[in-house]
Write a protein that binds this ligand. Sequence first.
Ligand SMILES: O=C(O)CCC(=O)C(=O)O
Length: 489
Amino acid sequence: MALGHQRRASFLALAALAAVFSLLPRYIPDIAWVTTVPFQLLLSARPYASPRRTETGMRSAPSDLDPAVAEKLKAAQERISQAKQAMAVLRNELCGRNFFSPEIDRSLLIEVLRLFAPESAKPMREPILQKELINMIPDMRQDTEALAALINAMATVRLAYEPAWQLLADVVVEECSSASGRQLVAFAWAFATAGEPRQDLWTALKSMMAGKRKELSAEERVTFAWSCAEVGQHALLPGPGDRPHPQPTPPDTTSRPTELFGEASEVAAEKESRAMLEAIRNLDGKHLLKNPPVVLVPDVVTPEQSQELIRLADESKLWWQSSRRGARTAAGEDALRTSSSAVLSAPRMFQEPPVKAIRSWASQVLKVPEDTVEALQLVRYQKGEQYSTHVDWGRKQDASLWLGGQRTATALIYLNTLPKDCGGETSFERLGIQVSPQAGAALVWPNVDSSGRPQDLVEHRAMPVLCETQKYAVNVWIREKPLPAYRGD
Ligand SMILES: O=C(O)CCC(=O)C(=O)O
């Protein structure tokens, strides 16, 4: 009898738990499966059915609970507690501070937001946190340091939560007159990283920067100019007749916009360009052409290193449709690019042995500092995929010219050999050169001439792959100047 009461009481408790759990997905959508847990428990309790008993006369539940479900239940509880802690951290870091409080812990904010945006380009998954963010942003109105920190953190984790970005842009447009030059740079960098093109935002940032550019270090200037260029803005000031919100006054065509930081140059420094050409001419390999020098260097990576690079890209789910930004012929026509790319840009990737080996090889043989070697970019072509004729150098509109200057040379390392008649060759039509992918070999060429000017002659294409196979290669691009320390993750 007592057992009957106990069982009924636990049944009621489980029913209540089931009701609570069935509400959870309204707040945490990706744990909808959790709702099944109390129902499984209810089923295993079955108070009105004849009780199952073990040999000792005790009911065996809840250890009957499927271990996989128990594991999920535990994970869900941890996630709820993480969400609560995250909210507390965000509030403490950003809102509960007085105006002059010490530096905000940006890496902590990034960690917190990362918890909720685990895969890039996904919207934030936790409505509780979304609501908190929206409530919190107006509170931060006068604290530009905190706002910049939040925007940076959101941009770093690529937080795709549009209402928060909208609100932040509104607040920044209103508040940026009280921001320091450094803070304006932080705003601009974060909004550019997030790809925010709002005209009123950029007009406000640039107008405010006008009086403050003397406060900036060289690196901050470059970052601001890069940010403007990244969202297709010239780093120009509006002329005196223009207003941050130009309606209803028509733009004053008599006033010319003033330059803020000028334009980045397409032409690389002459000395570095000469040294680069000389290094390529001295490479140990098969010289396919003398001028411009195009060289195939064998055995740059081992089959194990190639496998490891592909594994790194696969396991970190880095493959994306290859970017078509800047993919153009020498004459500026759009190129067709249907491959996938994986950029090994996260700091931990720089510690991976095959990545270190390739970067150090490029630096040694091309006689350039290692920090001028861009993050490695793997490229993968399936059957039918290709990259039509294009150049690797950037034109004036390319924002990356601000950061590292021109792309002076390319080393394309093939990670596998393609069977005969399967296409996938790298072809330089103007030079009459066609190279079939050969595992481990690097095809090296300069992108600029000896005076640093981008060369049209080195236009090239990746021919379509013709068989049911894959072509893998790594792009190793050399910049004219050291690239700024990587800012993201
Ligand atoms: O895959 C190839 O053969 C060429 C690749 C290339 O030109 C590029 O990714 O820029």
